[in-house]
Design a protein around this ligand. Sequence first.
Ligand SMILES: NC(=O)c1ccc[n+]([C@@H]2O[C@H](COP(=O)([O-])OP(=O)(O)OC[C@H]3O[C@@H](n4cnc5c(N)ncnc54)[C@H](OP(=O)(O)O)[C@@H]3O)[C@@H](O)[C@H]2O)c1
Length: 252
Amino acid sequence: MARELAQRGYGVLVVAERGVDDAVRQLREHTAAQVTGLEVDLALPSGVEAAVARARDLGVRTFVLNAGVGVHGPFLHTPLQDELRLVDLNVRSVVHLAHLVVPDLIAAGAGRIVVVSSIAATMPAPLFSTYAASKAFLRSFAWSLRGELAGTGVTVTTILPSGTRTPFFRAAKMERTHIGRAPKASPAMVARRAVEALQDGRAEVATGLQAKAMVAIARVLPQPARAAFHGWFYAPGAPPPSSPSAPATSSE
Ligand SMILES: NC(=O)c1ccc[n+]([C@@H]2O[C@H](COP(=O)([O-])OP(=O)(O)OC[C@H]3O[C@@H](n4cnc5c(N)ncnc54)[C@H](OP(=O)(O)O)[C@@H]3O)[C@@H](O)[C@H]2O)c1
């Protein structure tokens, strides 16, 4: 998304926990944009405050609230500290950041906020319970904030990606689940759709056909069926038969 914005002429402040220098170097190599980096832990209030302070210095008016992690597995088998860190990053940091930056955007009479939720927001997800709930929180929060900000010149756009080829699944140790093994959307396509939506000030975009299909399925299923259907994606899945490294039996 940073690259997509930089290619469209935005100056970019990249905030992440690590690897920011690399991202900044690549953006400078491939675009003519003004690029700045900041390495902070957004799961900590001090990290959010540092990011907002730098954004204020730079006069940032477009915020992409994207940092997020997944914690996979039966709820009672996952470390509590991982679950709470997920809440701190996926939920708390977005609320904190929005609370700090929205007054500046209102005062400026213009601003764009993008909240990266997920199609996981549309259905409960056994084995991925806290993540799905965090994304449902974000979707609801973003729509509510958008409603409150109507007429101020500040828009809030919710992004609902489906499975996308990023390090996300490896980081959450989900490579052997059905979703981990399934074909995924390209990050470039998701970023393009997301940035188009933010520029148009749209309320919400499900990025790609798979994402739109999941949203449509969620609309028609009753809640118990949603949980069963969606939970399948997070259960262990056999590798595709064509895979040369496929073991004879199911994984995990
Ligand atoms: N991939 C998917 O299928 C998918 C689908 C729907 C929604 N999403 C959402 O898309 C967003 C981006 O995920 P991704 O797929 O691009 O996964 P990713 O490659 O793992 O990216 C996660 C991003 O969050 C940053 N981050 C993680 N912990 C952080 C922390 N404590 N402080 C600051 N930054 C932190 C990471 O920076 P570091 O590298 O420094 O940790 C990285 O830039 C997430 O909110 C995710 O929930 C992903």
